[in-house]
Design a protein around this ligand. Structure first.
Ligand code: NAP
Length: 279
């Protein structure tokens, strides 16, 4: 399977289909199946792995430290820092703890999980310090709307080195198409779409009908739709090999103009500014 790749500004080239890890590695009874699923995904080219210090209170990063043994250099590892840790010595401490749990010497892309009370300039300074120390290779943000991105640009100055903004985007959450996605496109910054399957809750008879025409599932159509959006990266979470295989296969689904028009009717694009949603 040949996956599309995109280059992050100042950052690495990544496949447009990666793997999320929220709620992975938390239950002992599921760990073996989850590790197998993760490794199957990596073998199939889903080498972008997204995690966060928040997930399972560190348990997910610890799980990845084990599951990625021998595979660390094959993946682009993304982790996220809590807003309350996003500056000064707290940022360095949080990053060190993530590195320890992940059993690695560097995080490829380190994101501010969502905006909090730490001034953006402090976060930018702290991220650049971590970069200079080699602890992270690139940095970015998550859950930033267009206004937040504009403020961030002010805080960044000339360097404009933010590599990514990870936001909620799927068939039922199309708000970013109004202003955020065009703003990011104009700056060559891909959007990393989280919960691209709306956490497996997408169901609609019309979506099922399109899926039936393609001989695939509704979730696969939903993922194919996200993957068909230019400059968008999707990071579905799958806890089984079967789901990973379906998600990989979704990358090969070609939606026709008729399919896209039908999906636009079922899940209309925004017609006015919409507040950025978060999960
Ligand atoms: P998601 O990827 O939209 O959906 C995950 C759910 O879909 C799981 O229940 C999974 O079940 C199921 N699933 C996966 N593949 C499937 C398939 N082919 N067919 C049917 N069901 C399938 O939701 P998400 O986990 O919220 O989002 C993805 C990732 O984005 C997260 O894991 C996390 O890394 C990131 N995220 C970031 C933020 C943020 O604030 N930055 C917020 C939310 C999520 P199984 O586990 O049984 O396979």
């Amino acid at each position: 399977m040949l996956l599309h790749h995109l280059s992050l500004p100042h950052g690495p080239s990544v496949p447009t289909l990666g793997q999320g890890t929220w709620r992975i590695g938390e239950a002992a009874s599921r760990k073996a199946a989850e590790a197998e699923a993760l490794r199957r995904g990596i073998a199939d080219g889903l080498t972008l792995i997204d995690t966060a210090e928040m997930y399972g209170d560190g348990a997910t990063e610890r799980f990845l430290g084990e599951a990625l043994e021998g595979l660390r250099d094959d993946v682009v590892l993304v982790s996220k820092v809590y807003p309350q840790n996003a500056g000064g010595s707290a940022l360095e401490r949080a990053c060190d703890n993530s590195l320890k749990r992940l059993k690695t010497d560097r995080i490829d892309l380190y994101l501010l999980h969502w905006r909090g009370h730490v001034p953006l300039a402090d976060t930018v300074d702290g991220m650049r310090r971590l970069q200079r120390a080699g602890k992270i290779l690139h940095w970015g943000v998550s859950n930033f709307d267009r206004d937040d991105m504009e403020e961030l640009q002010e805080a960044e100055g000339e360097a404009r080195d933010c590599a990514c903004n990870q936001v909620l985007y799927n068939l039922t959450r199309r708000g970013p198409e109004w202003d955020l996605l065009p703003w990011m496109r104009a700056r060559g910054m891909p959007l990393m779409a989280y919960s691209p399957l709306e956490q497996g809750r997408l169901s609609h008879p019309g979506l099922e009908a399109i899926a039936a025409r393609h001989g695939v599932t509704a979730n696969q159509i939903a993922l194919a739709w996200v993957l068909a959006q230019p400059d968008v990266i999707a990071i579905p979470k799958a806890g089984t090999v079967a789901h990973v295989a379906e998600n990989v296969a979704a990358a090969a689904i070609l939606l026709s103009d008729d399919d896209r028009a039908a999906l636009d009717r079922l899940f209309p694009p925004p017609v006015a500014p919409t507040a950025l949603e978060m999960l």
